[in-house]
Design a binder for this molecule. Structure first.
Ligand code: GLA
Length: 732
């Protein structure tokens, strides 16, 4: 290929134009990561290297002895680290891009045409453009670089610059090729009541595929994954490549070992039932994909993602401030909410130190049960005879914020909305609709449906006084998805619905800039980076059993910041499991993120109230460190035995240690956990008893996971927990 005309240059010392094997290349160097992109002889883009920084701006330094071309078929690309294989590239890998032209032609012959080193919102960005003039396809890669966060956000756009319409059948967000080797895939799998289970899958020959076809990102698999060399990577050590997809709908991750044992992980919109019509002049953008590499294991990957969420990804209004302690009425009163009873709960909540009082389901329409009311977002006058105002006023008078639950994308057939507009829901043309939780999904691909719902929400948020918080729920997987008004574009509804939801949330946020929003989907089925770009926090599971929550929270906090993870302390016996655990244990588990209370506090004894007051106060002293500091899982939650998680303030002066034992092992020893992330040169003192040590010693010798009282030996009592706070005591 002729010289591309790419001239040397750099943006902020992070990305530079270079040459590899005499052809154009780009070297990106983040805090500890180097990435080398380069062209091949036909103008295709390769991701030749992605890993630890090699200290060099010379692309060839990272590509010594790169694989030679196949002698008899140099154009064959099997085993090559293609950055974004398209249909027609002879790579025999899963393509990222499939475009159908009106004559049925699917072959693409994309070739590099231009690059630009620019600033986007103050950040360096590398743009790489490829074109296929015959098909009229222009492919644009935008690589937004976060040097200090050690992360890259990749966005792909496909434009039709020809004169004929095109159909996009697949547009993934990115693909990460890795050198031949043995790898594991870490993922967050789950189910209702057991979301975010961190699982390891050994990658063998063939493809390993996860994703969702449920309309939402799903509880079954979360759009996050990490690939790590087998046997090398653990929580705190080893190389790991990780990805988080900013998308709340159908998605896929396909990890494939292909010829020569080379591996590629491709992530993006689910190809199942995807098609997008692209008229001349139109452009389609794939969801943004966050990619990173760490040498400090899964924990290192998690901390990078936490930093991204807290400094860039979460809505700016609240991203760097601690979240209020909340109360939620769901498990206390379920659908039986009433004004006087909620006011009584609010008064008790304020006594406990709660800062945000949330009325859950049941306050609207004919919502006495889950068979009616969704779609009618007007206050139920039987339950709230004078509207919400007396409750809202009282909550504000008590010094708390007021929040309310909505499930705005849904409709019950038994609702005024459905009776007036049955065509607004996704319905099958030729059979009875299949209900789930007695409800249907509204077609949010339609602007008129979104506008009508927005009107209702607008009235709700303005009519009865200030509403400070919305819990935005979504409680059924989608079916019958289509768009009868545009039969040729029915498959676009899967994506248009999600984009429509994003647009609606953006509108709400613009109009109510102070509003806090919590994403919820039967628990944590839509707590992804796409929703977290528009909401402030997430309800991660309907399972409020503290013991069950430990692995859920452990998994969630590998992908998302603790400042977004809402956990409630609920009553015992627990409503989901029937288990009984001490109030202190339940609080200590809930303190790992955003503390909430979800029990029937009107019935709590005086002793429980006093204990809860003390524990809420404890939490308020540590929450800045938990929510905005660095998280280290020192011991993951095991079926039997202790577990430990630690948080360090950004200035390394304050350390919070939470220790748990769900099930004690009789005769088991007392493990020591070595603290992490401390300043080795400082002295630290424990709040409780004044014990002292240096940062270096606490990181080397550690502390025993022991619970009071110790009695000289270690009793195997279930549901123990402890909170330790250490402070640096020397000025430096
Ligand atoms: C879902 C949510 C719960 C609760 C109920 C209300 O299940 O996950 O927290 O809000 O809906 O119906």
């Amino acid at each position: 290929m002729a010289d591309t005309g790419v001239q040397p240059g750099s943006v902020d010392g992070i990305v530079r134009r270079a040459r590899a094997g005499g052809l154009a290349a780009w070297v990106i160097r983040l805090r500890s990561t180097a990435i080398v992109l380069h062209l091949d002889g036909r103008g295709l883009l390769h991701l030749g290297y992605w890993g630890a920084d090699g200290g060099s701006w010379n692309a060839d330094d990272y590509l010594v002895d790169a694989l030679p071309d196949r002698e008899t078929a140099p154009h064959f690309l099997e085993g090559r680290p293609l950055a974004y294989p398209a249909y027609g590239d002879p790579s025999y890998r899963e393509p990222c891009l499939v475009v159908v032209q009106p004559d049925g032609e699917r072959e693409l012959a994309l070739s590099f045409t231009a690059d630009r080193l620019v600033k986007h919102a103050g950040r360096p960005m590398l743009e790489l453009e490829l074109r296929d003039p015959r098909a009229g396809v222009r492919l644009m890669h935008e690589l937004l670089l976060y040097g200090e966060l050690d992360l890259l956000v990749w966005t792909v756009h496909v434009a039709n610059y020809g004169e004929r319409p095109l159909t996009l059948e697949r547009v993934l967000s990115g693909s990460l090729p890795l050198p031949a080797g043995r790898y594991d895939c870490w993922m967050l799998r789950g189910r209702w009541g057991g979301e975010f289970q961190l699982e390891r899958q050994e990658l063998g020959h063939g493809a390993f595929v996860i994703g969702s076809r449920r309309g939402i990102s799903s509880a079954e698999a979360h759009p996050w994954l990490a690939i790590a060399p087998r046997g090398e990577t653990a929580e705190h050590t080893g190389r790991v490549w990780f990805a988080s997809l900013a998308w709340s709908g159908n998605w896929t991750a396909m990890v494939e070992l292909e010829r020569g044992e080379t591996l590629a992980a491709s992530v993006g919109l689910q190809p199942f039932d995807f098609a997008w019509h692209l008229e001349p002049g139109e452009r389609f953008s794939a969801p943004a994909l966050v990619l990173g590499h760490a040498v400090d294991g899964l924990g290192g990957a998690a901390r990078r993602l936490h930093d991204l969420e807290r400094t860039v990804a979460l809505p700016a209004a609240h991203r760097s401030v601690v979240r209020p302690v909340l109360y939620n009425s769901w498990e206390a009163t379920y659908f039986d909410v009433r004004a006087d009873q909620q006011i009584a709960l609010a008064r008790r909540a304020a006594e406990l130190g709660v800062e945000l009082f949330v009325v859950d389901d049941g306050w609207f329409g004919a919502r006495d049960h889950d068979r009616a009311g969704l779609g009618d977002w007007r206050v139920n006058r039987r339950k709230f005879p004078r509207g919400l105002r007396p409750l809202i006023d009282e909550v504000h008078r008590l010094g708390m914020l007021f929040g309310i639950w909505v499930e705005a994308e849904m409709v019950n057939p038994d609702s005024d909305l459905f009776r007036a507009h049955p065509d607004w829901a996704y319905l099958p043309p030729s059979r009875e609709p299949l209900l789930s939780r007695n409800q249907l999904v509204l077609n949010f691909a339609r602007a008129d449906v979104r506008a009508a719902i927005l009107d209702q929400l607008h009235a709700l948020l303005t009519e009865d006084g200030r509403i400070d918080f919305l819990k935005w729920d979504h409680n059924r997987p989608w079916l019958h998805v289509g768009w009868p008004e545009h039969p040729d574009r029915g498959r676009e509804a899967w994506v248009r619905h999600v984009l429509g939801l994003y647009e609606l949330l953006q509108t709400l946020r613009a109009e109510f800039p102070e509003l806090l929003i919590e994403t919820c989907s039967s628990g944590g089925a839509r707590a992804d980076l796409g929703m977290l770009a528009l909401t402030d926090q997430a309800w991660v599971s309907d399972n409020t059993d503290a013991a069950d929550r430990l692995p859920i929270q452990y998994g969630y906090s590998h992908a998302h910041s603790p400042s977004t993870m809402v956990n409630w302390v609920t009553d015992v016996p627990n409503h989901q499991t029937g288990r009984v655990s001490p109030l202190e244990f339940r609080f200590h588990v809930a303190m790992q993120g955003v503390l909430g209370i979800g029990g029937n506090i009107s019935r709590w004894s005086e002793e429980e109230v006093q204990q809860a007051q003390r524990l809420v106060a404890d939490y308020k002293r540590i929450r800045t460190i938990v929510q905005l500091g660095e998280q280290y899982w020192l011991l993951p939650p095991p079926p039997v035995g202790p577990c430990a998680v630690q948080y360090v303030s950004p200035d390394r002066r304050a350390v919070v240690l939470l220790l748990y034992q769900v099930r004690g092992g009789v005769g088991a020893g007392v493990p020591r956990v070595r603290l992490m992330g401390l300043d080795p040169a400082r002295r630290y003192r424990r709040e409780r008893d004044g014990a002292e040590s240096t940062g270096a010693a606490l990181m080397a010798a550690g502390l025993p996971v022991r619970f009071e009282p110790t009695q000289g030996w270690h009793p195997a009592i279930d549901y123990r927990s402890a909170l330790q706070v250490w402070h640096a005591i020397d000025a430096r």
